[in-house]
Design a protein around this ligand. Structure first.
Ligand SMILES: NC(=O)c1ccc[n+]([C@@H]2O[C@H](COP(=O)([O-])OP(=O)(O)OC[C@H]3O[C@@H](n4cnc5c(N)ncnc54)[C@H](OP(=O)(O)O)[C@@H]3O)[C@@H](O)[C@H]2O)c1
Length: 292
């Protein structure tokens, strides 16, 4: 299988590079070959090399900064994915793209399914929704995997932040009114590779038949507080922690440029029933990540 991976330095991209390698010929493109604010160059490369699959692991993911850089966020998350999907349709490649739980407003009060109506409440969420819509409108063979609360232990993430805070503060206050599905980037990458392996070397017809949006995130839900407590409990170097208490807080106590959806957990039943694959319970995955 000839695969193009766009973005190899991100949390997910770095893991995808490892997991996709056994599947065939993998070409990883990143800065300076690709800059999604100017997608012409990557589109030209897709036309030249005619991959069978293009995987987009790039994104503008700075949720707060997006509020003051909406054009940039929209260009990278909204416009570029549509242009990539178009190029894929032109060369007969399948397109694999990732989106977010932040396309929802978080007011449903239970886990979101794919047919729930998106209603983003921040620029990042609306830019990612625009990307979904652009890809869907092109109508080529595509899978959009909406995921949630992605972390890794090698790049700046909630996990590394909590570990850092607990080494510098005696007391932590973490919000308990934001609920989602913690998702380890490595397992998300593993499942993406297993998905492609299932295509039996014929990704285009296989993915065309199953094209659409699917929810794929760590199994089970957690509040940020529960997640932080689990991180500290599973910390391989607990002696480095000086933190003695982790207290609940409300989102309204922390003023941030972007408002976060409160209950943005994803129901992943459609993904598991369609593909026969699922991510393990988030706590089990966290334990594996902490031991990695
Ligand atoms: N992180 C989360 O909690 C979360 C939650 C739900 C969904 N998602 C989605 O999951 C996917 C993977 O997220 P992630 O956490 O792996 O993201 P990430 O770690 O922020 O990685 C994104 C990658 O995109 C690159 N990038 C940014 N602007 C670019 C541009 N103009 N041209 C080319 N590359 C550019 C970044 O490069 P630099 O590092 O050099 O900027 C980085 O390597 C994304 O689609 C994201 O929206 C993430």
């Amino acid at each position: 299988m000839r695969i193009f991976l766009l973005g190899k330095h991100g949390q997910l991209g770095w893991e995808l590079r490892r997991t996709l390698t056994p599947l065939g010929e993998l070409v990883c493109l990143d800065y300076p070959e690709i800059d999604l604010t100017h997608p012409e160059r990557v589109i030209e490369t897709i036309h030249q090399h005619q991959p069978q699959v293009v995987i987009n692991a790039t994104a503008y993911t700075q949720v707060d900064r997006a509020e003051s850089e909406p054009e940039l966020a929209n260009m990278i998350n909204g416009t570029a994915p549509g242009r990539l999907a178009e190029a894929c349709a032109e060369v007969g490649a399948a397109f694999l793209h990732y989106s977010t739980d932040y396309v929802f407003d978080g007011l449903k009060g239970s886990a979101y399914i794919e047919s729930d109506r998106p209603n983003p409440i921040n620029i990042y969420g609306s830019s990612k929704l625009a990307g979904e819509q652009a890809i869907t409108q092109i109508g080529g063979a595509h899978l959009i995997l909406r995921t949630s609360w992605v972390y890794s232990n090698r790049r700046d993430s909630f996990l590394t932040k909590v570990l850092g805070w607990a080494r510098q503060n005696r007391s932590l206050r973490i919000v308990d009114d934001q609920v989602g599905n913690p998702t380890w980037a490595r397992l998300l990458a593993e499942i993406s590779a297993q998905l492609l392996a299932k295509t039996g070397g014929e990704p285009l017809p296989w993915i065309r038949e199953r094209s659409g949006i699917y929810h794929l995130a760590g199994d089970g839900v957690a509040s940020r507080l529960e997640w932080a407590k689990a991180i500290l409990r599973l910390d391989p170097n607990p002696e480095a922690q000086i933190c003695q208490e982790v207290l609940p807080a409300r989102s309204s106590e922390f003023v941030t440029p972007a408002t976060r959806p409160l209950y943005s957990a994803l129901d992943c039943t459609l993904f598991s029933s369609t593909f026969g694959l699922r991510l393990p319970p988030w706590e089990q995955a966290l334990q594996l990540a902490m031991e990695a």
